[in-house]
Design a protein around this ligand. Structure first.
Ligand SMILES: O=C[C@H](O)COP(=O)(O)O
Length: 254
């Protein structure tokens, strides 16, 4: 049985005090409301991470993650944060290759392959994001785009290392737009991703890989999305900024 995960991505929102207040609300609700084995994750801005990890002690249904990490171990990279630094805070996850990083910061599949190696080396779990733009879907190249992202970004990993990561499928046209992929559209891609993993590695590796859906996921549409055979949870942007909405999405797996 693969792990069910609902990860919140706060993106560049919430100052330090606002972040701690929201996280406190979340952990106070989690123990009362989460009755299943699903894992909730909050991927906050770097400034919050250490404090959130401290607050989360004793609440193992909630883990903390970062939204990016540099590919190098250390060095003269002003303004950057290394995987080792993230690990030292007690965080467990790192989002890699979010479409906003690809679009606004020029992150390529080749760079993301390096970041994945570094993050895994420091025993953090990458949440590796893939997904097509609207233009690519309209041109019907979305399967090719996703396959290339897999091949160039993470298919260099050994089967053992591949087993340590989480994949998030986020169609770029559904992110922050209020337009969700239909459950059938999302399932079609998740099934495709799992078949590609089986072809590259084997069926056991594919069956064990957690594949999240992201893109305008909310408490109203989560149940139908998460009921699909190959959708193992969500990567939640806007709705993760409200404790009630985030918890309601996490509770889909109760
Ligand atoms: O990482 C999260 C995704 O980009 C989804 O964002 P959204 O839920 O605001 O559409």
């Amino acid at each position: 049985m693969r792990k069910k995960i609902v990860a919140g991505n706060w993106k560049m929102n919430l100052d330090y005090n606002e972040g701690l207040a929201l996280f406190s609300e979340i952990i106070n609700m989690v123990n009362d409301e989460i009755t299943g084995t699903q894992q909730a994750v909050i991927c906050s801005p770097f400034i919050h991470i250490h404090s959130l990890v401290q607050l989360a002690k004793g609440y193992h249904k909630v883990a903390v993650g970062a939204q990016n990490a540099h590919q190098a171990e250390s060095g003269a990279y002003t303004g950057e944060i290394s995987a080792k630094m993230i690990k030292s805070t007690g965080a467990a996850y790192v989002i890699l290759g979010h479409s906003e990083r690809r679009q606004y910061f020029g992150e390529t599949n080749a760079l993301l392959a390096q970041k994945t190696d570094t993050v895994l080396k420091h025993d953090l779990t990458p949440i590796f994001c893939i997904g097509e733009t609207l233009q690519e879907r309209e041109a019907e190249t979305h399967f090719d785009v996703i396959k290339t992202q897999l091949v160039e970004g993470i298919f260099h990993l050994s089967a053992e290392d591949f087993g340590k990561l989480v994949i998030a499928y986020e169609p770029v046209w559904a992110i922050g737009t209020g337009v969700t992929a239909t459950s059938a559209q999302a399932q079609e891609i998740h099934d495709f991703i799992r078949k590609e993993i089986a072809a590259k590695y084997n069926q056991a590796v594919a069956d064990a890989t957690t594949i999240l859906y992201g893109g305008s996921c909310n408490p109203k549409n989560a149940a139908e999305l998460f009921a699909q055979a190959d959708i193992d949870g969500g990567l939640i942007g806007g709705a993760s900024l409200k404790s009630r909405d985030f918890l309601d999405i996490v509770k889909t797996f109760n």
